[in-house]
Design a protein around this ligand. Structure first.
Ligand SMILES: Cc1ncc(C[n+]2csc(CCOP(=O)(O)OP(=O)(O)O)c2C)c(N)n1
Ligand SMILES: [Mg+2]
Length: 320
């Protein structure tokens, strides 16, 4: 990779972090309605995946979707405006935190029902297979989602039909307040892919370059027509499940231990130690991200609400 590419991965992770720290404050001020699930701690996962994907590869995820929105190239303005329910958001203020999407960026959402987007991902992949595209659908979901029927139906059919889909489980070790070992019959989620004879791998998810490398290998396998591949990416969310989670199900000490493995801190250290960047260059990226987010908050606060008539727009596809 070129120096700028290394730095851009850092920029994306920092921009996600800053956007969400600010979003948490806006939520506490009552400016964001509904739920807000932060991606803080997991930034290396979506950043590494998107760094490995080609433009024809479709991205789809669950409700913890602000990071992916930024990685695919949506602006902080569009993300923050959507969080505030403003008409200038990428979903015109009608989706909110859990329903960010952009067909233009090949980003298929943002889905609130646990596991429900896995059959949709299989369908997108079936469409690409039928059309003869070499695009791969990259479908991200949580460890909790793998206990849902949709997961098993989608994995099974993807293998039977050799669909071009990369299944990515973000194992952040909890589904709401439930630890993986209390809800899953197998301790390694990748074993579930084994059951459908889908090639699989466990990946260190706090290291963006490790994620990128694993994703490149997996995408190559799928793109060459070998059917689905499964990555279990080990990660951790530093904040509660959503805003207002009292976090009684895990020890503060465990959280602190993981916070020492901060994906941004690890990458910062790696960049400096490997002569890819200086501390000053990286600090300048942080300062620029902070400014970008402040500008986005101002933009969003000054943006209009969706007009009442907008309620009836974009419900069905309109014919020309
Ligand atoms: C079908 C369904 N059941 C329950 C819920 C409530 N719910 C929201 S998030 C969540 C936990 C999912 O955990 P996981 O898949 O590990 O994702 P994470 O939140 O850790 O990213 C649950 C049970 C839901 N949204 N949909
Ligand atoms: Mg989870």
């Amino acid at each position: 990779m070129k120096k700028e590419e290394y730095l851009d991965l850092y920029r994306q992770m920092v921009l996600i972090r800053r956007t969400e720290e600010r979003a948490a404050e806006l939520y506490q001020q009552g400016k964001i309605g509904g739920f807000l699930h932060l991606y803080i701690g997991q930034e290396a996962v979506s950043t590494g995946l998107v760094a490995a994907r080609l433009p024809q590869d479709r991205m789809i995820t669950a409700y913890r979707d602000h990071g992916l929105a930024i990685n695919v190239g949506l602006t902080a303005n569009e993300v923050v405006a959507e969080l505030l329910g403003k008409a200038t958001g990428m979903s015109k203020g009608k989706g909110g935190s859990m329903h960010m999407a952009s067909v233009e960026k090949n980003f298929w959402g943002g889905h609130a029902i646990v596991g429900a987007h896995l059959p949709i991902a299989a369908g997108l992949a079936l469409g690409d297979q039928y059309a003869g595209s070499d695009g791969v659908t990259v479908c991200m979901f949580g460890d909790g989602a793998t206990n849902i029927g949709y997961f098993h139906e989608a994995l099974n059919l993807s293998k039977v039909w050799k669909l071009p889909v990369l299944w990515v489980c973000e194992n952040n070790q909890y589904g709401m307040g439930t630890a993986v070992d209390r809800a899953s019959a197998v301790s390694e989620i990748r074993q579930k892919a084994e059951g459908y004879q889908i090639p699989n791998e466990r990946v260190e998810g706090m290291d963006v370059l490790e994620v990128k490398k694993a994703a490149e290998k997996a995408l190559k396998h799928v793109r060459e027509g070998n059917g689905p591949y499964f990555l279990e990416i080990m990660t951790y969310r530093f904040r509660g499940h959503s805003m207002g989670d009292p976090e009684r199900y895990r020890e503060a000490e465990e959280v602190h231990r993981w916070q020492e493995e901060d994906p941004i801190g690890i990458y910062h250290k790696w960049l400096v130690e490997n002569g890819k960047a200086t501390d000053e260059e990286l600090d300048a990226i942080v300062a620029a991200a902070e400014q970008e987010v402040e500008d986005a908050v101002e933009f969003a606060e000054n943006s209009p609400e969706p007009a009442p008539e907008a309620l009836f727009e974009h419900v069905y596809v309109e014919e020309d």
